[in-house]
Design a protein around this ligand. Sequence first.
Ligand SMILES: [Zn+2]
Ligand SMILES: [Zn+2]
Length: 240
Amino acid sequence: MSAPSCIANRESLCFKCYPAAFPFPDRPIMRYQIVPVTPLEQNCTILWCEETRAAAIVDPGGDAELIIRAVAAENLKPSIALITHGHFDHAGAAKEIAAHFSIPVVGPHEHDLFWLERITETGMSYGIKGSSVKPERWLSDGDRVRFGKEELEVLHCPGHTPGHVVFYHRPSRLLLVGDVLFQGSIGRTDFPGSKHVDLIASIKEKLFPLGDDVRFIPGHGPMSVLGYERQYNPFVGEGA
Ligand SMILES: [Zn+2]
Ligand SMILES: [Zn+2]
């Protein structure tokens, strides 16, 4: 397969063609389904192990019934709820989901404890119902989390919140970044405990080195590719 002309001519590289330049790895990409939850359309993502049907529910921020329905539709067996950071739109239904499936809540990094404790209150200020939650296990940089025969690597990426973590499935080159990086944008840093310089360092020093071909699911909006953001993102791209 020859590369589309916009890839040969990097000046006019277009987002639609970018993934075509990086074929999928030999093994199938991790199975996943995105379930947008809450009026903020947060991308709750269900990941699963094909072989065992064991699933990880990442950022169950609200609308637990939608998540439960999606799990049932694929006949999955959730074994872990993972949290990228303590904001209510990412963790507001973690308690309900954990109780429903009798699974542990794992993550984020403990520096987000103050956000997890304030979920009910901060959700209310947006008119959104959520429950504060205490994880069974905090995560640190370099940790690993497992479900079925799959394993995710944990990267601590502070900035948007101090305890933000992202999850990386290396065999699929698939990254779940929460509110660190978006297609064409970056996470907000106007919250208590946010730090803009930390966010930029997280993206440039931890995410970008994973490789241009790594696809990512952000906490809101469409998926993107690290290489595209490294070049064109107006906040962290080459032209920034
Ligand atoms: Zn957030
Ligand atoms: Zn969010």
